[in-house]
Design a protein around this ligand. Structure first.
Ligand SMILES: [Zn+2]
Length: 416
């Protein structure tokens, strides 16, 4: 079976120009002694907004790895697919993030629920999970409540998995199951029973993306109790290792953190917990590379800075439309957004400082950063001009992309 390495890092590249710059971060990590597998991910929504095809991601990944002589593993992730969207991803992808969010809460048949409850008979007592000090009092009602929420979703994950397997063949791809794009987080004990459902549905899940507590807003820091997150994350890690043994799931099963870019507050905790339990992690980032392109263009000054200012001006006007699909994963306070008039007079440095995620910088503006994050459609609308600028100022832009992934993310997360 195709296995995902212990450490993997999802990289999105909306416009497909940064494959090599991104890969350089993995090369540098390898030189520093750490193997991290690059996973190029792009969701259906991103393809639709930009007008690309899943095959384009494969081309990018193949050419970047060839250009840099990368002979280790790398994957192409069909990010957040479901039964309606999976088809065109199957051929070019070898990693599938099966998104069951839309199926959660839909009812399974009474028979299926009954069967699941009776298959859990050995857990209807006080359950302790090795390493977790508190125990869980489990009754049939507890199990029924989890089944009502997740059993149908797990069954659908099985169906999607088999749709992919029919084409790709057994063991030829990596399976992730995601349920992060929902309003409320899954508790560790819910996760335990969800993993049983996935095992019953014969989904060889290698990474699972639960919704964690706290806000995982796009491109900005974690919002919530960092200590609370650390406790929950460690319990989830322990649940996974117990579930692997109990349900015969793939031994490399690990957690996947979505909207994982820039969550600097929790990286040291994630890093020390996975080290303590000798387990792996997948961290998925996406739009942060687009933001680095914008920052690089702002840094380039002149016409490139003007382009960035124009994007910002349009983003202000189209704010509502741009934010709508991302409502659950952004928090923009409109009163903190400077007017287009004000921004027009800004220097390159002022723009760079406003958009760069550096909490120690007084000009850093997370509201502006989030607005630009969701504004990539505006660059897609003038794609020729955008590509011309990206190519003309590629040296500055590529360096921003590399530094962001290596210095700001990998170093902190993996304690390099
Ligand atoms: Zn996600």
């Amino acid at each position: 079976m195709k296995k995902l390495n212990k450490y993997s890092f999802g990289i999105g590249d909306r416009f497909g120009h940064q494959g090599e710059a991104q890969l350089k971060a993995f090369v540098k990590a390898k030189e520093a002694g750490l193997d991290i597998t690059p996973v190029w991910n792009k969701s259906n929504r991103e393809h639709e907004i930009i007008g690309t095809q899943p095959g384009d991601v494969r081309v990018e990944a193949d050419s970047a790895t060839t250009a840099l002589g990368w002979s280790d593993n790398y994957q192409v992730d069909a990010d957040h697919i479901n039964l309606d969207t999976v088809d065109r991803f199957i051929e070019p992808s070898d990693f599938f993030t099966i998104d069951v969010a839309g199926y959660i809460g839909k009812p399974a048949s009474d028979d299926e629920v009954e069967t699941f409850i009776s298959s859990c008979a050995k857990y209807t007592r006080k359950v302790t999970i090795p390493g977790i000090s508190n125990s869980y009092e489990i009754t049939n009602d507890t199990i029924k409540a989890v089944a009502d929420q997740y059993l149908y979703a797990a069954k659908m994950a099985g169906e999607i998995f088999r749709t992919i397997e029919k084409v790709k063949g057994e063991g030829n791809f990596i399976t992730e199951v995601s349920m992060d794009e929902v309003p409320s987080p899954q508790t560790p004990i819910e996760l335990f029973f969800i993993l049983k459902m996935l095992a019953d549905a014969k989904v060889p899940v290698q990474t699972i993306a639960p919704k964690f507590s706290g806000r995982f807003n796009k491109g900005v820091n974690y919002v919530g109790s960092v200590e609370g997150f650390a406790v929950e994350f460690e319990q989830d890690v322990l649940v996974l290792s117990y579930a692997i043994k109990e349900f015969g799931l793939p031994e490399e099963l690990k957690l996947s953190v979505h909207s994982g870019s820039d969550k600097f507050a929790i990286y040291p905790h994630i890093g020390s917990i996975i080290k303590k339990h000798d387990t792996g992690i997948h961290v998925k980032t996406a739009g942060t590379t687009w933001l680095e392109e914008v920052i690089g263009l702002a840094k380039a000054d002149g016409e490139a800075l003007d382009f960035v200012k124009e994007i910002y001006e349009k983003a202000l006007i189209k704010q509502e439309e741009l934010c709508a699909p991302y409502a659950d994963v952004i928090d923009i306070k409109p009163e903190n957004l400077p007017s287009a008039e004000v921004v027009k007079a800004w220097s390159s440095q002022k723009m760079v400082d406003s958009l760069t995620h550096d909490n120690s910088c007084k000009d850093y503006n997370p509201d502006m950063r989030q607005l630009i994050h969701v504004g990539y459609k505006l660059a897609a609308m003038q794609i020729d001009r955008y590509f011309e600028l990206l190519e003309k100022y590629s040296e500055i832009v590529n360096d921003c992309v590399f530094v962001n992934i290596y210095e700001r993310h990998m170093k902190l997360l993996f304690e390099l």
